[in-house]
Design a protein around this ligand. Structure first.
Ligand code: FES
Ligand SMILES: [Fe+2]
Length: 352
């Protein structure tokens, strides 16, 4: 499995999860405390989640204005991580500071930079615009999984598992039967996997949300931006309905399925998921259905990956996996992740 890739942006939370209550998350093994400032800017602050004094998690403390007070003996930090108060003495030691992390809020996500802060460039964060676009209605959630993040990457890049693991929910026989095409942009770190089904059964996920009766044309176009962001552009329409020659597609139903794959620690990953649709946008029943139904589907993956990780942990190392055509995208992703991990591990020279 690929190592962790540092010097990258990762989704730490949804924006709505970060407020005036402290939130603790562990990203690439680094414990981080998040909160939002109380001024109008309401910016997200991310500080290393271990007090310099005795390492008590700062996320167990409390906020005093925009300062964070350690819950053990009261060391107090400003939003830059500098300690501004210690108990029992006037002088605050110069070394009393915790790291602060670069943070960007975009497309409903809180992105955090793990690595050398001097290299953090917000322009390199991949976009998931539909999550904050009024033209789409979204449901979302997050599930922690006790597995290596590489298992979740594998899972998402090979949707043939829908037929078996999600049969009766989103899988139908055609998903596993239809060959994929894969395109890899090694330099940009993007893997695209497409599967276009011309005439397929309509699974309950789409039958109940779109109201289509009968068979469908179903397109799945995956776009994975390593290491963290996974987009599945899904298009369904009654059989035979194709996009207009001018590229518009008003007679089809579009769903954007977003995942953020954030390694938490070795053997642990945060699985952020969202389903956005451009139809029945104000239909509360469709919203409730997709939220519940997709949560069930996500939990099928969570359960399977928990089981798979335990099975892998129990076997002797050195097993040679057998890969076939459906694994092309997953193998490309592993290659890119391995490269990103190697690049992120190299020392960086600073010009100063
Ligand atoms: S551990 Fe934080 S003040 Fe002592
Ligand atoms: Fe799945």
């Amino acid at each position: 499995m690929p190592a962790f890739a540092r010097n990258q942006w990762y989704v730490a939370a949804y924006g709505h999860e970060v407020g005036r209550e402290l939130l603790g998350r562990r990203i690439l093994g680094e414990p981080i405390a998040f909160y939002r400032t109380e001024d109008d800017a309401a910016e997200v602050v991310a500080l290393a989640d271990g007090c310099v004094h005795r390492r008590y998690p700062l996320s167990q403390g409390r906020l005093d204005g925009d300062q964070l007070v350690c819950g053990y003996h009261g060391f107090t930090y400003d939003r830059t991580g500098a300690c501004v108060y210690v108990p029992g003495q006037k002088r605050v030691p110069r070394t009393a500071r915790v790291s602060s992390y670069p943070v960007v809020e975009q497309d409903s996500f809180v992105w955090v930079w793990i690595g050398d802060p001097a290299l953090a460039d917000p322009a390199t964060i991949p976009r998931a615009r539909h999550l904050a676009d009024p033209g789409w209605t979204s449901v979302s959630g997050m599930e922690p999984i006790d597995c290596d993040y590489g298992l979740l990457v594998d899972n998402l890049l090979d949707l043939s598992h829908e037929t078996y693991l999600h049969g009766g929910y989103i899988g139908t026989p055609e998903v596993a039967e239809t060959p994929i095409t894969t395109e890899v942009d090694e330099g940009a770190g993007i893997v695209r996997v497409s599967r276009h089904m011309d005439d397929a059964a309509c699974p309950p996920f789409y039958a109940r949300s779109t109201g289509i009766e009968g068979r469908i044309t179903r397109w799945q176009d995956i776009e994975y931006h390593a290491p963290c962001l996974y987009l599945l552009h899904s298009r369904v329409a009654p059989v035979g309905v194709l996009p207009h020659p001018d590229g518009t597609d008003p007679d089809a139903f579009h769903t954007e399925i977003t995942y953020a794959i954030t390694p938490s620690a070795p053997g642990h990953v945060y699985d952020f998921w969202a389903v956005s649709r451009d139809f029945a946008q104000d239909d509360a029943e469709v919203t409730a259905f997709l939220r519940d139904f997709n949560h069930t589907v996500v939990m099928q993956d969570v359960d399977a990956l928990n089981v798979l990780q335990r099975a892998l942990d129990a076997e002797p190392s050195g097993y040679q996996e057998l890969s076939i055509n459906i694994d092309t995208g997953g193998l490309a992703a592993r290659r890119i992740l391995t490269r990103l991990a190697e690049e992120g591990a190299k020392p960086v020279e600073h010009v100063s």
